[in-house]
Design a protein around this ligand. Structure first.
Ligand SMILES: Nc1ncnc2c1ncn2[C@@H]1O[C@H](COP(=O)(O)OP(=O)(O)OP(=O)(O)O)[C@@H](O)[C@H]1O
Length: 783
């Protein structure tokens, strides 16, 4: 399985992967030349060392039974640190054996101390189940590993509470199931020696900030019971893992980042689909073939060559469409294989998913188009090829997906197909962003008052808050929220601290995974069948009247969205288009937190803002990306208090850079769109998690201004990260826009899929001038 290489190198692929790549190129015309880069990831030998002297022989025996003779060096180093009681994060590649790094110290301790306990947290139930089977298989006396999640029956819950010494759960269950009734969990909390946080890079943004506060609550309650567990975190390779892990648990963490596991080789291809002749998008922009349709063709061709292939597609809709179009293509080229392709995504019944996993593992299925549901905790590897249809949202996910391919001596083939957007285009033109040192950090903001408030209520109801706790929850920011809670009558201040004044534990009202505003239910009008739910805050953009909604292969059209009753009514139909909502926003800066002047021309800052957003319509496009029309809509406005990064330049500076007064709005607008497109590379967010505004005169700055804000109440840390790495970010934006071959702007550079102003005005040349000035003033001149 490939991982970010130590020594990247470029060569023409040969062997099996070279033959597979050639078969893919046969289907495209010679002038198209979609291969932007091939990175050969060489096979790497592993590095091992002796088992630590303190390792329990039974545990070691369990591992050797699995064929693990010696630990990799990084496993032993992490295990030593944890055994010494240091919080540690292991941030190494996909399948580098992170489990052993924590299982060794934890199990050794559980065997040495008959009462000692451990908690394991996974972001998904599937991953916890996978971990359980790994522990059960080690068959160690008296450990009684057990799952504790929403599916655990009441009887079993009692048993787990009384007997299990290694409980596998998730942050939601700690929040709702354990902390609110901690007295019943006294045995666990008193004896808790270790907390394992697996896949900790997935705790980012709003969800990550919630989890950070759940972990602080957990560690605080443990202290109350006299325990001081060591936290071991496992992470994909990200920028500054020690910093993000420390922020996640609220205590210093040491990072182990040197990956010493062996790797099979892979040829990793960066592929940019060609432009479709005579097809035009918004404002006449050129349109590239879509990544899912390119992936469908590749899936069919690779399966036809006998290669076991997994195609990752971003949306559920895309996964189903990709599997269907691959089957259609196979009907023409190799009909015997049509039934050996399927789609896989969350939302299928567990038994359907298990059956699909098994069929892929045994080779009964040769090709699967999947969402990231197959990314975590599902044990499928050793495939011949992986296709990544579009950037999966983080570099960590990209490697996770790529890691599904690779076995034996022959390098596997991995193809990353760029979608028609700035970030994907940037990646295929800048291989160093994929294969070099990671720039993406796992961002959380546990001091966001909107998130802090419910968790401080929960914490106070678990046991009263004291001044010593302020440090744990963010110092002055926590005090400000507590003061507010006291004023609102939720907490009562006494000499000994702050006490929760209501009767019921507030945890059930706090959804760690929701955007905060509840859910809208999607219902089929004629049958009354419940199809699913969407976040209320996202509903106007995703299930507005006229939106196309896909559910398990069937397409539905939304007839009505009733925000008051939280229901969207749909009917089944097969329209030949997709929809994407357009919204407009206005931004008021309510508090300037920081402000700096760079090179005497550029003012930059971080601020609290109030954003008023409104969905004003939606675009309809044909499956090939061609624009049909824009349908106007009038959805209610909603207001959001959040955080933003901003910069200003005055007219003289812009004029000196060649941006005339008339072109300022188009130049800033284009620069803003491209900046939103690329921030996810640095902040690990999605472009739909952030928004922006540009204007030639903002009332709060009095100058031409560009603002990029977090799309969540109170912020999620993304804009803050943008502010911290503004120079790197804007220079990448400049390079992306400069490098795009289109003439006047396209979806790969300055057009935005959600622009409520119809991507008008946009001035690509002006944007390059603005971005060059901004990056230059921040010390990132063009080399
Ligand atoms: N020291 C070792 N020697 C040989 N094989 C090992 C060693 N350590 C782990 N393995 C094997 O490597 C594989 C991957 O291990 P594991 O699932 O722990 O990796 P991971 O880093 O947690 O993966 P992911 O990136 O999916 O989280 C397993 O099959 C495991 O048995």
């Amino acid at each position: 399985m490939p991982a970010a290489p130590d020594t990247p190198g470029l060569r023409e692929p040969g062997g099996a992967s070279g033959a597979l790549l050639k078969s893919l190129l046969l289907a495209v015309s010679s002038e198209e030349d979609p291969v932007r880069h091939v990175e050969s990831l060489p096979r790497r030998a592993g590095q091992t060392q002796d088992w630590p002297s303190w390792s329990n022989p039974l545990v070691v025996h369990g591992f050797t039974r699995r064929g693990i003779e010696r630990p990799f060096t990084h496993q032993a180093q992490a295990a030593e640190l944890a055994h010494d009681g240091r919080h540690v994060v292991v941030a190494t590649g996909t399948a580098s054996g992170k489990s052993l790094a924590y299982q060794l110290p934890v199990l050794t301790d559980l065997l040495a101390e008959p009462k000692a306990c451990a908690l394991y947290l996974a972001p998904t139930k599937a991953l916890a189940a996978d971990q359980l089977s790994s522990l059960t298989d080690l068959d160690l006396p008296g450990v009684h590993p057990a799952l504790f999640d929403g599916d655990t029956s009441m009887d079993l819950r009692d048993w787990v509470r009384a007997h299990s010494r290694w409980i596998l759960t998730n942050p939601d269950m700690i929040h709702r199931g354990i902390l609110p009734q901690h007295a019943r969990w006294g045995r666990l909390l008193r004896n808790l020696e270790y907390v394992v946080v697996d896949e900790c890079h997935s705790y980012r943004g709003v969800f990550g900030s919630h989890v950070a506060l759940v972990l602080r609550r957990l560690l605080r309650i443990c202290r109350m019971y006299g325990a001081a567990p060591t936290v071991i975190l496992a992470s994909a390779t990200v920028a500054d893992p020690a910093v993000s892990a420390s922020r996640l648990i609220g205590a210093p963490v040491v990072a182990i980042t040197q990956d010493t596991a062996p790797r099979p080789g892979a040829d990793f291809v960066l592929w940019e689909p060609g432009i479709i002749p005579d097809v035009f998008g918004e404002n006449g922009a050129p349109v590239r073939r879509s990544a899912p349709s390119e992936a469908a063709r590749m899936l069919a061709d690779l399966v036809s060559s006998g290669a076991r292939t997994l195609a990752f597609v971003r949306s559920r809709h895309g996964a189903e469409q990709t599997a269907m179009s691959a089957q259609r293509r196979l009907l023409d080229i190799n009909p015997a294989l049509v039934d050996r392709i399927a789609a896989y995504r969350s939302g299928y019944l567990p038994e359907e998913r298990r059956a699909l996993e098994k069929a892929l593992a045994t080779g009964e299925l040769l090709g699967v188009a999947s969402t990231n549901a197959l990314e975590l905790g599902v044990d499928i590897s050793g495939l011949d090829a992986a296709i990544l249809a579009g950037y999966p949202g983080t570099i960590a996910s990209l490697w996770q997906q790529a890691g599904r391919a690779g076995r034996g001596d022959d390098p596997a083939l991995v193809v990353f197909i760029a979608r028609d957007d700035p970030l994907d285009s940037y990646l295929v033109h800048h291989p160093e962003a994929v294969f070099g040192k990671p720039v993406e950090a796992a961002i959380t903001d546990p001091t966001n008052p909107h998130i802090l408030r419910p968790h401080l209520s929960c914490a106070a109801s678990e046991t009263h808050l004291t001044t010593a706790d302020l440090e744990v929850f963010g110092g002055d920011k926590a005090l400000a929220v507590i003061t507010e809670l006291v004023a609102d009558g939720v907490l009562r201040a006494r000499a000994t601290g702050w006490y929760y004044s209501e009767r019921f534990h507030p945890a059930s009202e706090v959804d760690l995974r929701g955007g905060g505003g509840g859910q809208v239910t999607i219902v089929e009008s004629d049958t009354g069948r419940l199809l699913g739910t969407v976040d209320s805050a996202r509903a106007p953009a995703t299930v507005h009247p006229g939106a196309v909604h896909l559910h398990r292969g069937s397409t539905y059209l939304v007839d009505d969205l009733d925000l008051r009753h939280h229901v969207a009514l749909v009917h089944q139909e097969r329209p030949d288009w997709t929809t994407s909502a357009r919204s407009t926003s206005t931004v008021r800066i309510t508090n300037f937190h920081s402000e700096q002047l760079h090179s005497d021309i550029l003012r930059v800052g971080f601020a609290s803002v109030e954003v008023t957003e409104q969905v004003v319509g939606y675009l309809r496009r044909r499956p090939n990306g061609e624009l049909i029309d824009m349908v106007p809509l009038e959805m209610p406005e909603h207001t959001l208090e959040t955080k933003a990064v901003w910069y200003t330049l005055d007219e003289q500076v812009l004029a000196a850079a060649g941006v005339s007064e008339a072109s300022i709005p188009g130049a800033l607008h284009a620069a803003e769109h491209a900046a939103i497109g690329l921030l996810p590379l640095f902040a690990g967010c999605d472009r739909w998690d952030i928004g922006g505004l540009s204007t030639n005169l903002h009332p709060d700055t009095g100058l031409p201004t560009v603002i990029v804000y977090d799309g969540y109440p109170g912020g999620a840390g993304f804009a803050e990260r943008g502010h911290e790495i503004l120079g790197e970010w804007i220079s990448a934006v400049r390079d992306a826009v400069r490098g795009c071959p289109c003439r006047a702007g396209c979806p790969s550079c300055v057009q935005s899929p959600k622009c409520g102003n119809g991507n008008n005005p946009l001035d690509k040349a002006g944007a390059i001038a603005v971005l060059t000035v901004v990056a230059g003033a921040l010390g990132h001149g063009i080399s």
